[in-house]
Design a binder for this molecule. Sequence first.
Ligand SMILES: NC(=O)c1ccc[n+]([C@@H]2O[C@H](COP(=O)([O-])OP(=O)(O)OC[C@H]3O[C@@H](n4cnc5c(N)ncnc54)[C@H](O)[C@@H]3O)[C@@H](O)[C@H]2O)c1
Length: 256
Amino acid sequence: MSNDLKDKVAIVTGAARGIGRIIARHLLEVGMSVVLADMNEQLLEKTNEELCEIGPTLQVQCDVTKEQDIELMVAATIGRFERIDALINNAGIGNPHCPDIAEMTAEFWNKIISTNLTGPMLCSKHATPALRHSQGSIVHIASVRAIQSESNNEAYSASKGGLISLTHAMANTLGKTGVRVNCISPGWILTEESTRRKDGRQWVPTEAHHASHPVGRVGVALDIANMVEYLISEKASFITGQNFVVDGGAVKKIFI
Ligand SMILES: NC(=O)c1ccc[n+]([C@@H]2O[C@H](COP(=O)([O-])OP(=O)(O)OC[C@H]3O[C@@H](n4cnc5c(N)ncnc54)[C@H](O)[C@@H]3O)[C@@H](O)[C@H]2O)c1
């Protein structure tokens, strides 16, 4: 266990459910204080009730498309914990089916880009003064769809591809002030939400789904949380500007 994270402070956006909830839980388990930020107040309340049993939490309702919400989130974090050591930009709209490109509206496009790309940039902007002070780090959560896609993926793929570019650009700008910036591109990760069927029952992946991954299984949110823990720890002090694909090897498999 990396003890250099003990008593440090992380902000996790999109922490109310899914991958963000597990990242937040894991960082609490390794001894950090965690700010749980999400736009869904009801779900956030429920998640905070569960996670505050593990370690110090602060629940902040924040829509990452609204700069004023982000300013208040950062101020609330400093007010409660007096520092920020890690910002995990996880909040996102998951892979919506885009209209045919000939029918694409600016409204649809802008909604995805403003949540998945502009949101992380604005959160980074407001957390940067505190991160410079703590010599902290930022992790963006992108997707393998930044580097491979299927039809009707344009907005999501472009938003996540933008995050990978934002990562190396910010790493250059912030590196000289001691702040590292990295990105994780998850593959297929099972969450309570992604496995919930319309009838409320749980959907279970088939053997074929597991076998399509070189490691023999579909991912779980802890696979991403473990990588976050590593990237924000001292063990990763020589790593910045990188994108790490965490997908059980799936993008390296040829389908013939
Ligand atoms: N689950 C996967 O297989 C997978 C794969 C690749 C990448 N990802 C990425 O990982 C991240 C988390 O995915 P997930 O599957 O847990 O998603 P999810 O939909 O289960 O959870 C996303 C959380 O983000 C919050 N959110 C959405 N828009 C927001 C906004 N504007 N402001 C604040 N909070 C907002 C939601 O309320 C929700 O709690 C996303 O960025 C997603 O694109 C997921």
